[in-house]
Design a binder for this molecule. Sequence first.
Ligand SMILES: NC(=O)c1ccc[n+]([C@@H]2O[C@H](COP(=O)([O-])OP(=O)(O)OC[C@H]3O[C@@H](n4cnc5c(N)ncnc54)[C@H](O)[C@@H]3O)[C@@H](O)[C@H]2O)c1
Length: 348
Amino acid sequence: MAIITILGAGAMGSALCTPVCRAGWEVRLWGTWLDGHLLDVCEAGKPHPRTQIPLEKGVKLYRSNELNKALEGADVVVMSVASVGVPKVTELALKGISQAKALWLTSKGFCPDKNGKIQLLPEAIRIIAKQKGVLIPPIVAIAGPVKANECAEGKPTATIFGCKDLEVSRKYAQEARTEVYCIEATDDEIGVEICAPMKNVYAIALGIADGLEEGTGFPHHNLKAATFSRAIKEMSLLGQALGARMETAFGLPGVGDLEVTGLSGRNKVYGVRIGRGESAKNALAEMNRLEQTVEGVPAASLAAKLVEQSAPHLKEKMTLLQAVNEILAGTERSVVRVLSEAVLPQKP
Ligand SMILES: NC(=O)c1ccc[n+]([C@@H]2O[C@H](COP(=O)([O-])OP(=O)(O)OC[C@H]3O[C@@H](n4cnc5c(N)ncnc54)[C@H](O)[C@@H]3O)[C@@H](O)[C@H]2O)c1
């Protein structure tokens, strides 16, 4: 039986246990130093606090001081921590990763290097390994419309595995597939990795449009739909500028994931607060107080830097990205005006 070690026992790491267990893998789940309380609950047989679903039977749990044991003999390692933790966890797990046949990546985000250059996560991981003189196996970037709780519960889910080597994505798309966890394979690692964090940024904008209805008593569905279309266009433009295929943004990682992220979740909820009248600053403080990390907030400014550094010709064209950053910075203008100007067609 092939062994898979998932790093990070949060919502997504624990949720991924369900399909891979059911697909016949031996599954190990390692909790970081921040996950002890989550493992306590799981060990007591209670539902995982983040998904409200009990862990799949047979999953072996490892505490943060048992990383080497968790990685011993693993065929596949999965990085499933929040993007901010990816560099550190990569360094800690580098030996085990180098001995595996593949590194899967469900973390979503941009990663600034020491000089402030914005990297996509797979590239950041490859650079860390190179600096340490360690060879690592192919990276499989995982994205698409996957809410952790539904995946954990075994509900029908479509996802996409992106590896530069298409044969590798295809191999694991087959080996991790179940009747309800169905996987597309692509070689467009860049497209997958652009869409994953960008959709968090744009989900804030969709939330704002929903919040406007709560704030004004009148629906803003037209504005929301224009925002959705604009978001997809910008993901596609940025992806192509960095070497991705245009169509990736129109598939599961872009349209699919933006749809599901815009329906619920922390980025959307944060946007709703702003749309109904809270200042961006107060709304974020409240989200933090509730221990609700809004990944789209850091991603918005990092995405703007990425555009400036790697695709400066797009700066003026990424109007929705600019608008989200203006709103997050606490614009003096009305939110509906900022959003409208960004997404409604300009005079020809
Ligand atoms: N929740 C979902 O539906 C979902 C779906 C697909 C992908 N993802 C992505 O998976 C990643 C994890 O998300 P989640 O929903 O499991 O979040 P979570 O908050 O439930 O868990 C976060 C995980 O990251 C670790 N972590 C957090 N800060 C860290 C730090 N500074 N250093 C080291 N480790 C740290 C935690 O210990 C935990 O294991 C994110 O990048 C997220 O975008 C989430």
